[in-house]
Write a protein that binds this ligand. Structure first.
Ligand code: HEM
Length: 461
């Protein structure tokens, strides 16, 4: 066995866990609100990592935190539970009626017509875009011995998704789209106090001027792109827009332009920041664990990213893939999945009343003491023998049930290629010992963006 596997495992930084629950009295609830306002993973107590279900009342509304994998699946697969309406407010001006926010029959129809856009064959067709985005990242970092990789990955994942959607590069002909998307996701996409006091997605929208103005500019730009592609279609399918234009609904009719636009916007909103976070935490963990970094580098040097031409090629990197899974376990890019009950139910013996909020936290489930061995340790090997990590019941970084992430295969292929591109060119370390703590809002980001030290490796790699 490799000696590095035998050394003490890395326990990467995590926010403090409160020794006792913050309490149901008013002061305790205000503490919860304050901690969650700072970070959605900041209010958990020791009990939360031991209990598989916890009922609570918050500001008069009942809720359940569910960490039991079977019960979580019961909720995520049942039509009795919907995404909470309020959760859609920040993104609605950008993604309209696309897959991310639609419900009921509209959602079912959309998911079916989008299935061909996300088959393994379709994702395989996008690999050249991911290879180009990885090469762009390395080129942008060339000559630097210090870099803010959080920003670099943000740019690279935006570039990858714009290339995959529209064959546009974020720093060239797609620059306007990139700028609008980045500004929206960094500002209006985050929750504001208004979202908590409003009663629905379209309530108090007159106070949402920034979201609507920016959303309108985005939608207008995407409309123009669709019109241009209709006028000058590609001879062969090259990107997701080509596939959306070719998609047919159940009656065999093409999708309306507005729906195509909303689907493109949904993919961008759901896929760009999440994948950027995954890459950031993976790079951080590998910088903290140089022995694992060296072993991953051996894989990507033996089979460099620019040689990838099919999804099968990614099998050349089993450790890299396990590192990404272990990263998603320890730092799940989407740290919270929420549902609201429509009708009464019982979950693990707990009564669920209509309107009850169910919180399923990949952060909690992935670090739960009853569900994992050494839950806080970075041990990518735990995934290496798993033919399919989805068989690990307590691993839900992409959700579960019918609304499971449609872009999981896309995200994993992109992340593997971009990370491989970086590691084959640079050894990465950290410029400072200051621990980077996760801070959760829509995605799980860092509390500060650390400076990474880059050492260039042989350019032939
Ligand atoms: C590391 C990257 C990603 C993570 C961790 C992630 C996570 C998730 C999770 C947890 C959900 C389910 C939310 C729920 O049940 O409420 C979801 C849904 C979704 N994701 Fe992802 N995602 C990632 C990347 C992507 C990418 C790259 C795309 C598109 C290209 C994408 C598109 C979507 C869409 C459209 C949905 C809504 C699906 C539906 O409701 O039917 N995601 N994602």
């Amino acid at each position: 066995m490799d000696a590095s596997v035998l050394t003490a495992p890395l326990i990467p930084p995590a926010p403090k866990v409160h020794p006792k629950p913050l309490g149901p009295e008013l002061f305790g609830q205000l503490r919860v609100a304050w901690e969650m306002g700072r970070s959605l993973v900041g209010a958990y107590s020791e009990d939360d990592f031991e209990n598989l279900v916890t009922p609570y009342v918050f500001m008069g509304s009942p809720g359940l935190v569910v960490s039991d994998p079977t019960a979580a699946r019961q909720v995520l697969t049942s039509p009795n539970y919907l995404r909470p309406v309020k959760a859609s407010r920040p993104l609605k001006p950008l993604v309209g009626e696309g897959l991310l926010l639609s419900e009921g029959e509209t959602w079912r129809r959309q998911r079916k017509s989008l299935a061909p856009v996300f088959t393994p064959a379709a994702t395989g067709g996008l690999l050249p875009h991911f290879v180009a985005a990885g090469a762009g990242l390395v080129e942008a970092l060339a000559g630097q011995d210090r870099a803010n990789l959080a920003q670099a990955f943000h740019h690279a994942t935006l570039d990858a998704v714009l290339r995959a959607l529209f064959s546009r590069r974020a720093d060239a002909e797609g620059a306007l789209l990139a700028d609008l998307a980045r500004r929206y996701m960094e500002g209006p996409a985050h929750f504001k106090l208004l979202d908590f006091v409003s009663r629905g997605a379209d309530d108090l929208i007159f106070m949402d001027g920034d979201r609507r103005a920016m959303g309108r500019r985005w939608l207008h730009t995407v409309d123009a792109l669709i019109a241009e592609r209709r006028a000058h279609p590609h001879a062969q399918v090259r990107d997701m827009l080509d596939r959306l234009l070719a998609a047919r609904d159940e009656e065999g009719a093409p999708l309306p332009d507005q729906e195509i636009r909303d689907q493109c916007s949904s993919m961008l909103a759901a896929g760009f920041e999440t994948t950027s976070r995954l890459l950031f935490w993976a790079a951080y963990l590998l910088a903290l664990d140089p022995a694992t970094q060296t072993r991953v580098r051996a894989e990507v040097t033996a089979f460099p990213a620019q040689q990838v031409s099919s999804l099968d090629d990614l099998k050349a990197w089993p450790l890299l893939r396990s590192v990404l899974f272990e990263t998603l376990r320890l730092y799940p890019a989407a740290p919270l999945i929420a549902r609201a009950a429509r009708g009464a139910d019982t979950v693990m013996g707990c009564e669920v009343v209509p309107g009850c909020m169910i919180t399923i936290s990949p952060w909690l489930m992935h670090r739960h003491r009853k569900l994992w061995d050494a839950p806080t340790a970075f041990r990518p090997e735990r995934f290496i023998d798993q033919a399919h990590p989805w068989g690990m019941e307590a691993f839900i970084p992409f959700g579960a049930g019918p609304r499971v992430c449609i872009g999981a295969g896309f995200a994993l292929a992109e992340a593997q290629i971009v990370l491989a591109s970086l590691l084959q060119r640079f050894q990465i370390g950290l410029d400072s010992d200051r621990p980077v703590l996760p801070k959760a809002s829509i995605t799980l980001g860092p509390d500060h963006e650390p400076v990474f030290a880059l050492t260039p490796l042989n350019r032939a790699a």
